[in-house]
Design a protein around this ligand. Structure first.
Ligand SMILES: Cc1cc2nc3c(=O)[nH]c(=O)nc-3n(C[C@H](O)[C@H](O)[C@H](O)COP(=O)(O)O)c2cc1C
Length: 198
């Protein structure tokens, strides 16, 4: 069944019961309290193949590969927003997140090569990126992931108004990091207000 106006939550961590998963649990609790519909994509439980640059989408505007990514294109189009929660691996998003991002090249091709967008480019959608990194904070800790997310959210025509970073997770866990939890709660509250207003 086609889902309308949901928030897509993308979980890029393989570790159950660790930081990204706990962040997502909190988001879901707030969504349920506020009757916000959502769809959770646990990428490590899904079968999403790599883009192999076959060039099919440059000609057809959709991806030739049929797997768990296939329904997600429509879900992005129908959504009111997307939230990506990813561990930081080598200063970027996790591989599973990057694999999903590369597959949205099909949307890119439909818009910029074929000029026949496969996504409604006028629809108002709102995004959030939450990055968790084990190192203590430093200037470029999240740089690679942020660059990837900036262009990904542009590709799926979703305004990325929230970029939230949690550093030092290998020393101070989500439960122990009160400041981060407060910042996150504020961001979720504002995000929910935005979603309700569109
Ligand atoms: C392959 C790999 C690469 C990593 N690279 C970085 C990094 O570049 N910067 C950083 O701050 N933490 C790095 N980490 C640490 C993770 O970001 C950290 O453990 C984080 O808490 C993982 O999220 P999770 O607890 O939700 O699984 C790396 C961990 C792994 C497994």
């Amino acid at each position: 069944m086609e889902k309308k106006d949901q928030i897509i939550i993308i979980n890029g961590s393989p570790r159950r019961n660790k930081n990204c998963n706990k962040i997502i649990k909190n988001i879901i609790e707030q969504f349920e309290l506020n009757s916000i519909e959502y769809e959770l994509l646990n990428l490590y439980d899904m079968d999403i193949d790599y883009c192999n640059a076959c060039g099919f989408c440059d000609k057809k505007g959709y991806c030739r590969i049929k797997d768990d990514m296939t329904p997600i294109y429509k879900d992005f189009d129908n959504s009111k927003g997307t939230i990506v929660v990813s561990p930081t691996y080598f200063r970027s998003v996790s591989t599973k997140v990057k694999t999903l991002v590369d597959r949205t090249q099909a949307i890119y091709s439909s818009k910029y090569i074929l000029k026949k967008p496969s996504i409604d480019t006028k629809k108002d959608r709102r995004g959030m990126y939450i990055a968790v990194g084990g190192e203590p904070p430093h200037e470029i800790q999240f740089l690679g992931g942020q660059l990837v997310m900036d262009i990904f959210f542009k590709c799926i025509n979703t305004k990325l108004n929230y970029n939230i970073y949690m550093s030092n997770s290998d020393e101070v866990s989500y439960e122990e990091n009160e400041k981060f939890r407060n910042d996150l709660d504020n961001a979720i509250e504002n995000y929910i207000k935005e979603i309700k207003s569109i």
